[in-house]
Design a protein around this ligand. Structure first.
Ligand SMILES: [Zn+2]
Length: 192
């Protein structure tokens, strides 16, 4: 089963698992939701599954998974703000250059743009060209909390997936299965 180590957001798990199993993943996704609820973890797990070269996905033993686990996968890139303020056009130009080179280890090539609501307008316009005509092996995942910061032209090219805070049921189920005690600190990260 996919996404087994991730708590909550079961609908997202189901949706992505179905898309993977039926080979229906699109080229670009927007993972939208509050900060700190596991969007990046989800995107990373999805990348590992997509890049895995074995039939049992995210097998942890093929050359792709081994490289992925050691943060050394040539077909996987995470882009983020370098100064905590914005993601600049130069970073997206680099993506554009690299994405046109075919994957080396896997059949796919994955780019995660974390905090993509920090992209400048110039960076977004630059990215738009890639989103309009992505190479067939490309998967681009934009992670963000504030959709209003993205141009409509970008949004219209991406399939949106909404993430929610964990529910207290999610946490209770998880705690029960793992013999953990729930305390108020844990419950505070949930929607109650
Ligand atoms: Zn693998």
């Amino acid at each position: 089963m996919n996404f087994i180590n991730i708590i909550g957001n079961d609908k997202v798990k189901e949706l992505l698992t179905n898309s993977i199993n039926s080979n229906n993943l699109v080229h670009s996704y927007m993972f939208v939701g509050p900060d700190g609820i596991g969007k990046k973890l989800f995107a990373t797990e999805l990348s590992k599954i997509v890049l895995c070269t074995s039939t049992e996905k995210a097998c942890n033993s093929c050359s792709s998974c081994i490289k992925f686990n050691s943060n050394n996968h040539p077909d996987f890139t995470i882009i983020d703000s370098e100064d905590g303020k914005n993601i600049k056009i130069g970073q997206i130009r680099l993506l554009q250059e690299q994405i046109s080179e075919k994957p080396i280890v896997s059949d796919k090539k994955v780019y995660i743009i974390n905090n993509s609501d920090l992209m400048t307008v110039e960076a977004q316009n630059c990215l738009l060209k890639t989103l309009e005509e992505p190479p067939e092996y490309a998967l681009i995942i934009l992670i963000l909390s504030n959709e209003n910061k993205l141009l409509n032209t970008i949004k219209s090219r991406c399939t949106k997936i909404s993430f929610n805070k964990l529910t207290s049921e999610d946490l209770q189920t998880y705690s029960r299965t793992n013999n953990l005690e729930i305390n108020d600190t844990l419950l505070n990260i949930c929607d109650r």
